[in-house]
Design a binder for this molecule. Structure first.
Ligand code: GUN
Ligand code: FE
Length: 462
């Protein structure tokens, strides 16, 4: 243990396994200079007191307040950074019309780096304040503005995967917003990967590039093929939209006679850590293909209400062993909060389970066995997202990155209330999973560094 270690003391909640809640009461978490957790010590373990003392002497002690708890940082697997100004509006059209009418015109503006700087700076700060410690971003087709987003994430200390969007199809993408050619889409993606890797070099880069074909309809076959080749040449992650809506799946079926998942696999885009946004219309064979290739789904329950025409079978995907995390899909979803997405996933599961048409008899209305628990929803919001990306985060254990959020459970401006004597520890967790909001978030840490909130508390509260 070096003298640069930090020590965090307090009570933590996490879900180290899907559906399993653990409360770590008054733990001492020792974090090394690389932001990696070295030890998680119970209060009565011999090393705990000594670690606290060393940290206090070097001013590296972080004691939570008496009404605060720690949770793992939230992971947002699907964000359209350029759509930030559009959050909470323009949701009156189906996906294919929404793209042409609102979204492509907005995204085309990011050629202007001043505009990009203003919007991206505000977005990254806001997401950190909401507890999003890992963000997976679609940027735009512009290399410079996409690199600017990556730089802002690095400066602000957000763990991020940033993609320059690739889209070249002349029928599906407007003249004012598409890659100049298929070759340009490929060479600019290559340049983006190389330049971002130079900005945040190995080992352990906080921000990494991710190859981003927008979705199959907006990409030519040659572009998909070229991006698949790049993914393997550069051993680079991939993200895209997959089987999102009726229109989208029908489009891909008529072009290829196959599902999105099969087409992506054919082009070498279904790789370990590939993030597939939505995946509402995947069949069992698709789910198995996603699992076998160690790819993952970004479940975006709020966006699905507007664009998907169906509810993603989360329970089925999890039970089939598919990796799943949550996405806000800013601005297809109107909330920037992964805690909201966690609740929306719960609601979606319950609606799917019970059904929606009251004129149908109960036994024909829903899809029984579709619900998920609060603990499972919390897991997909934290550890599930981290596992989807293959990063060591989302739980408090040695070897994991210290990406964490402190919640003040007594924040007067929040709607979260804990009544001692009435609420058990399990109740307390459930209330966090269902009612914690930004108003409760008192501080945020990524990779052991505080990125948001009040100054570290250097005096013990215990
Ligand atoms: N499919 C292609 N582009 C988009 C997008 O920006 N948002 C959503 N939700 N789906 C898409
Ligand atoms: Fe999306």
């Amino acid at each position: 243990m070096g003298d640069m270690e930090k020590v965090f003391c307090g009570t933590a909640f996490h879900t180290p396994e899907r559906g399993v809640v653990e409360m770590l009461r008054d733990v001492t978490i020792v974090v090394d200079n690389n932001g990696t957790i070295q030890q998680v010590l119970d209060p009565n373990e011999p090393g705990a007191g000594a670690a606290q003392e060393r940290a206090r002497q070097s001013g590296r002690f972080n004691g939570l307040g008496p009404t605060e708890v720690l949770i793992p940082g939230l992971v947002d697997l699907h964000i359209h950074a350029p759509q930030w100004p559009q959050l909470g509006k323009a949701l009156d059209a189906p996906l294919e019309a929404w793209l042409q009418k609102y979204t492509f015109p907005l995204e085309s503006r990011y050629e202007d780096l001043e505009f990009a700087q203003e919007i991206y700076t505000d977005l990254v700060a806001t997401l950190l304040a909401n507890g999003t410690t890992t963000a997976v971003y679609f940027a735009t087709i512009h290399v410079e503005a996409s690199l600017l987003l990556a730089r802002i994430c690095l400066e602000r200390g957000q763990r991020a995967f940033v993609g320059k969007v690739a889209m070249d199809d002349k029928d599906q993408c407007p003249d004012f917003y598409r890659d100049a050619s298929c070759e340009a889409g490929i060479s600019e993606t290559r340049a983006f990967i190389e330049r971002l890797r130079a900005l945040a070099p190995e080992p352990d880069p906080l921000v990494q590039p991710i190859i981003t074909p927008r979705f199959i309809p907006s990409c030519s076959n040659d572009l998909l093929e070229g991006l698949g080749r790049l993914a393997s040449q550069y051993d680079c992650r991939v993200q895209t939209h997959c089987s999102e809506s009726d229109w989208e799946t029908a489009f891909v079926q008529s072009r290829f006679g196959k599902t999105d998942t099969q087409v992506l696999a054919d082009y070498g885009l279904l790789r370990e850590g590939t993030i597939l946004a939505h995946a509402n219309f995947v069949c069992d064979e698709d789910l198995d293909l996603i699992r076998k290739n160690s790819s993952a789904v970004a479940h975006c329950p709020l966006s699905n209400v507007y664009f998907a025409n169906a509810v993603f079978p989360l329970r089925t995907a999890l039970d089939r062993g598919v990796r799943v995390g949550l996405g806000t899909d800013i601005s297809g979803g109107y909330s920037a909060s992964v805690l909201d997405a966690c609740r929306h996933a719960l609601i979606a599961g319950r609606m799917r389970n019970g059904g929606v048409d009251p004129t149908l008899p109960m036994d024909r209305r829903g899809i029984p066995g579709s619900t998920i628990s609060a603990a499972e929803a919390f897991w997909v919001a934290t550890r599930g997202g981290a596992e989807a990306l293959g990063i060591n985060a989302g739980k408090f254990a040695p070897g994991q990155k210290f990406d964490a959020v402190s919640l003040d459970l007594a924040a007067p401006s929040s709607n979260l209330r804990i009544f001692p004597g009435f609420d058990s520890d399990a109740d307390c967790f459930e209330k966090i999973a269902l009612n914690a909001t930004r108003a409760n978030i008192s501080a945020v840490w990524v990779n052991g560094s505080q990125v948001c909130g009040t100054a570290p508390r250097t005096a013990s509260m215990f």
